[in-house]
Design a protein around this ligand. Structure first.
Ligand SMILES: Cc1ncc(COP(=O)(O)O)c(C=O)c1O
Length: 409
């Protein structure tokens, strides 16, 4: 991949921090945005802005067509069989809350169980905990092994007759682990459970094929895949979506409203109450064009190269003063690296790196159950993407080496 050319598409890299170019290593939190995406959103508001599905005038029809074309673009991105399977939401968090609440109302009874994992982001734990507390649903957590991979044998234990939903992240935002979703889907289905997939971390890095994954519902956020904040997707199998109730009521989602009764439209409209983020959806489709034009193979080999380079730098410069979490092989992991530096608090690590223009994340990464499982209060995380190069990794590890020396003395 020609990283210099990619970088030139991202205006944020014209900025400097601490007098140095920005080494942005926090793309797992949110990606930066190329000019094409910014321009796509601007152009929608400048040239096509009107509310959708409402007007009979030309501009509103154009806006509606742009919105529905974005839906079809997302359907292609996910290898979905029908654009009607794509529900636009604010992001993964809203998608998973919608999934949990709707399944909770339609499919789960007191005493039924949901199987999640200990490596999930809070947005794939808390909505199910809310269901547990409100509706008496049991919640089981599949554990991880020492390498940070799911203990698949736990599913044998948890997939009993009351297990109705299995939910899992495609890739972990802390460990980088890529989970064997298809295998988990097959096990879930054999036990009569549905599979909900959190694809927030995988969608930016690898092709998503909802059919091949065997998912029933799947969520991702636009802002991690070069798109704007405030737009994301809940994809669902058509027959499943048709059987699920809405959780938000209002304009656009109804068929008829009378004082004594209400009926709802077919999906996806049923799940999209109110004015949607049309400009966001349009810009997301531009972002997906950008990513797919780069090519998944190119992205994967670039990220693998950076990961191997990071790994080598870590052992050469820091040795046992750094502890890196997650699988140690490139095969079933993504390029992010969560780590601790001996004697240094992750927040101090991130602050000191920031003073050199290197942006990494520190904290619990919205994964407190995982932090507890790993026995750490917090971790630092470097998450490179398509616009990062070896020079960014050099700056990270030169900084970490200085920090490790400082805290050792
Ligand atoms: C694995 C995972 N799931 C869910 C989310 C939540 O995404 P959002 O904040 O865009 O809703 C994140 C964000 O960091 C994530 O990494």
């Amino acid at each position: 991949m020609d990283v210099a050319r990619v970088r030139a598409d991202f205006p944020i890299f014209e900025r400097t921090f601490a007098g140095r170019p920005l080494a942005y290593l926090d793309s797992a939190a949110t990606s930066q945005k190329p000019t094409a995406v910014l321009e796509s959103e601007r152009r929608f508001y400048a040239e096509t802005n009107a509310n959708v599905h409402r007007g009979v005038y030309a501009l509103s029809i154009e806006a509606t067509e742009a919105y529905e074309a974005a839906r079809a673009r997302v359907a292609r991105f996910l290898h979905a069989s029908d654009p009607a399977e794509v529900v636009f939401v604010r992001g993964t968090t809203e998608a998973l809350n919608l999934a949990a609440e709707s399944l909770g109302r339609a499919r789960l009874e007191r005493g039924d169980r949901v199987v999640t994992t200990v490596m999930e982001h809070h947005s794939n734990i808390v909505p199910w905990q809310m269901l547990r507390d409100a509706a008496g649903i049991g919640l089981d957590f599949v554990d991880i092994d020492d390498a940070g991979r799911l203990r698949l044998s736990d599913y044998d234990r948890y997939l009993g007759p009351r297990a109705k939903v299995v939910t899992v992240s495609h890739a972990s935002n802390v460990l980088g682990t890529v989970n064997p979703v298809r295998e988990i889907a097959d096990r879930a289905h054999a036990a009569g459970a549905l599979l909900v997939v959190d694809a927030a971390q995988s969608a930016p890095h690898r092709p998503i094929d909802v059919q091949a994954l065997g998912a029933d519902l799947l969520a991702f956020s636009g802002h991690k895949v070069l798109g704007p904040m405030g737009i994301g997707v809940l994809w669902g199998r058509k027959e499943l979506l048709e059987s699920l109730p809405p959780v938000a009521g209002g304009g656009e989602m109804i068929r008829e409203v009378h004082q004594d009764r209400v009926s709802y439209r077919e999906p996806p409209a049923r799940f999209e109450a109110g004015t949607p983020n049309v400009a966001g959806a349009v810009a997301l489709s531009t972002a997906l064009d950008y990513v797919e034009r780069l090519g998944w193979e190119e992205i994967a080999s670039h990220e693998r190269r950076l990961w191997e380079y990071s790994d080598r730098k870590a052992s050469e410069l820091l040795g046992d003063r750094i502890r890196i979490f997650g699988p140690g092989t490139a095969k079933d992991r993504q390029g992010l690296q969560s780590f601790s530096i001996r004697g240094a608090h992750p927040h101090d690590v991130a602050s000191l790196l920031d003073s050199e223009g290197v942006a990494v994340r520190a904290g619990h990464h919205c994964c407190q159950p995982l932090m507890e499982r790993l026995g750490v209060p917090a971790l630092s995380r470097s998450s490179p993407y398509i616009y990062n190069n070896e020079a960014d990794i050099d700056r990270l590890y030169d900084g970490l080496e200085r920090i490790a020396r400082l805290f050792a003395s």
